[in-house]
Structures are given as structure tokens and as C-alpha cells.
Design a protein around this ligand. Structure first.
Ligand code: KIV
Length: 249
């Protein structure tokens, strides 16, 4: 089981993070050897068909965190703090403790919430930061840092998260050169999604890299399997076998 004090090793070898939401796929991700499973609040979109990650709360996230913990008992699991759950340092700590009780090993929170990160770290809860595109509050889904004016603020936010004790930081849909500069500056690993190659690790959403969606994955992702097609073929064969009297034997 990867512990936060082992995270610095990913400054010299790539870290692999994948989102996972349920018992079955958590087992697949563990058997495949991913370093960290993120129970992302993206489950609002890909598991529940909701339009926004803001639609999930602690109760909903908790169901999925517990399922992933049952399916991947030997893998580091990080739980996304849902919108509003980390509004104050106190609520961040009590909600994160709930996730740890359910089997998570760290939490991830969106934005430069430095006081929340400090409180979590003081309470012994490992934290992964998240900068760049922040789906919980984003007004647009455009690449972040396209104008160099934002670069200094984002660099400072990354440094503040590191100083506050974050053990890694996700950089989402960020200008590649900015992500590379942040990566070269921080001593904690950066984990990119749509942030280019010059980061310390990558994270992808399960449904994108497994090819589970009807639509093609976003341009920065890649489908490494075609599970929707495989599932469709299996379901059609099942329907046909029952209707033809070929199942049961
Ligand atoms: O919820 C999520 O899936 C995420 C990743 C996109 C990093 O936060």
C-alpha cells in the first residue's frame, strides 16, 4: 500500500492514477497495478448521469468510497471532497475523517484551500490538491493558463498547497508549459489530466480510458479498451440466445 511519505518517488518515475467508483472495477484497477484510485466526484456524471459534479454530496460519495475500498484493499484510495463539504477547515476535517473511516487513505480537494489543507494535515489526513480546471466551480471548460497572466497565480497556489502540506497536486486541463513549470518547481508530484507529458503522473477517468462512453473521450484522454462495444455485443447475444431458446441449455 502506497503511503504519502512514498509520494516523492514519483518525481523520478511516473505515477498512475485512475478514477474508480465501484467494487468490480476497483478490483480490476488494483490487479492492473495502478498506484492510486481516485473516487472522483466525476461519478456524478459518469455513474449517475447528472450534469454537474456539484450534484453529489457526502452521503452519495460515501457509498462509492466504501465500495472501492472493498474492491481494492491493497491500493491507495483517495476520495474527492464533494462540493461544499470542505467549505471550512472544520467541515473539511470531519468529512474527510468520514471517508478515512470508510477505507480511503487520503482526500483530494479542488482549489487553493490552504487553510483546509493545513487543518487536514494537522489532523493527520493526507491531502492531494487540485488546480487548473476545477469542475465544481468552473464557469467554462476551456484550458486554464491559456493567457500567461494567470500563470503567476497558479504557480503561487501550487507552492502554497505544497507549503500547507499537500502530498501531491492534480493539474487539470492546464497549459502544458505552465504544468511543466509547476512540476519542475514543486518537490511534491504533479498528476496531470489534459496537462501534457511534463508532469509527474497521469490521471484518467475510468469511463474514458475503458471506452465505456457512447461519445468518444475528450481530446486529452485515450480509450485503452472498448468496453461499451464488448458489453453491447454480450447483451445482444444474451437477448438473442433467450429469444431463440438457446439459453438456458
Ligand atoms: O472527479 C474526477 O474525476 C477528478 C479528475 C478529473 C481528476 O477530479
Amino acid at each position: 500500500m502506497l503511503t504519502p511519505d512514498e509520494f516523492p518517488q514519483f518525481k523520478s518515475r511516473p505515477l498512475v492514477m485512475a478514477t474508480g467508483y465501484d467494487y468490480c472495477f476497483a478490483g480490476i484497477l488494483e490487479d492492473a497495478g495502478v498506484d492510486i484510485i481516485l473516487v472522483g466526484d466525476s461519478l456524478a456524471n459518469v455513474m449517475l448521469g447528472l450534469p454537474s459534479t456539484r450534484a453529489v454530496n457526502m452521503d452519495i460519495m460515501s457509498l462509492f468510497v466504501a465500495a472501492v475500498a472493498r474492491g481494492a484493499a491493497h491500493t491507495h484510495i483517495t476520495a474527492d471532497m464533494p462540493y461544499g463539504s470542505d467549505a471550512t477547515p472544520e467541515s473539511a476535517v470531519s468529512n474527510a475523517q468520514r471517508f478515512l473511516t470508510l477505507g480511503a487513505h487520503s482526500v483530494k480537494l479542488e482549489g487553493a484551500k490552504v487553510e483546509q489543507v493545513k487543518a487536514l494535515v494537522s489532523a493527520g489526513i493526507p491531502v492531494i490538491g487540485h488546480l487548473g480546471l476545477l469542475p465544481q466551480t468552473a464557469q467554462s471548460f476551456k484550458q486554464v493558463g491559456a493567457g500567461e497572466a494567470e500563470w503567476e497565480n497558479l504557480m503561487q497556489a501550487a507552492l502554497e498547497l505544497q507549503r500547507a502540506g499537500a502530498c501531491a497536486v492534480v493539474l487539470e486541463h492546464m497549459h502544458f508549459e505552465l504544468a511543466a513549470r509547476i512540476t519542475a518547481t514543486l518537490r511534491i508530484p504533479t498528476i496531470g489530466i489534459g496537462a501534457g507529458k511534463n508532469v509527474d503522473g497521469q490521471v484518467l477517468v475510468l469511463h474514458d480510458f475503458m471506452g465505456l462512453n457512447q461519445k468518444p473521450p475528450p481530446p486529452f484522454a485515450r480509450a485503452f479498451a472498448s468496453l461499451r462495444q464488448a458489453g453491447l455485443d454480450g447483451a445482444r447475444d444474451y437477448c438473442a440466445a433467450v429469444r431463440a431458446g438457446l439459453f438456458p441449455d
